[in-house]
Write a protein that binds this ligand. Sequence first.
Ligand code: SAM
Length: 333
Amino acid sequence: MTVTASGTLVETLVDQYGRVHTDLRVSVTDRCPLRCTYCVPPSGSAPLPRAGALTSDEIVRVVRVAVACGITKVRLTGGEPLVRPDLVDLVERLAALRPRPELCLTTSGLGLAERAGPLAEAGIDRVTVSLDTLDPDEYARLTGRHALPEVLAGIAALPPGRTKVNAVMVRGLTEHAAPQLVDWALAQRLELRFIEQMPLGGSPWHRDDMLTADELLAIVRTRHRLTEAPDRTGAPATRYQVDDGPAHIGVIAAVTRPFCGACSRLRLTADGQLRSCLFATGELDLRAVLRSGATDEDVADALARCVTSKSAGHGIGREGFRPPVRLMRAIGG
Ligand code: SAM
């Protein structure tokens, strides 16, 4: 790491496999009003102690240092980021950083209709809404809340060109919703991305009977012609032009077509733990670093150490693979 004459930190976050890290996923809370069956086990999950959560000042500081280290894109996630009361203020502060990172938000869409405008004004550039079905009862069964109309209202309040919809596809649970979701997304001019279910602590997961991206694509192909779009290096989704275009859908096949070789992501949990991968077995306690009087150089050094520790791949399906102890909502999706 070097410190320039103007005091700017310069640290490029390159791991031992040459992957340059430009994306930081920041979980701003582990709390979420939904109980999606593939995300939360039937026994529920205890929330993290509030005192352990990073404050907005701490988050802004980490992102400021991360940006100086080459992070260009920051995704706010959770838990459900919209439950954080100071979210708009946090976004405004992150948008004031220089260089300004691209600011993205991943949300269930609950409470989005009222906050889409303020969030856009504060500086959110792109929003991804999670939505697995368009059937109101099925939505309630899947998430534990009768909230589909609220989610659809939230999506309607967003600019289509900057909005994506993510749908997790689970065999026997959501797979039949795929064709209707595609037709709806085409009509709404939204880009829809299907996500393979990952082993992250919700409903049971078995590699041999999970719904694969290929199976999902076969379902969509019964109604539409899909043409694979040219590769966009580093992007997790494989994109397909639908019929004659211009609409596309995407598939994020983290299990059957891992994109670890091009991974550029780091994660910060709501309680200040740095993770180099969703499936990392270790974490770096950045909160302890922050709360022990660390300098910006110490924070940059922690980011670099986390990147250096990153494995070549997530290892799903490999012998000895163990899912992370933390649930997805406590890591940040
Ligand atoms: N609450 C926000 C939301 O609903 O988008 C952000 C957090 S949520 C954990 C982020 C994403 O992770 C959602 O799209 C959710 O569907 C996805 N997700 C949760 N568990 C998953 C799993 N086991 N496999 C794949 N995706 C999962």
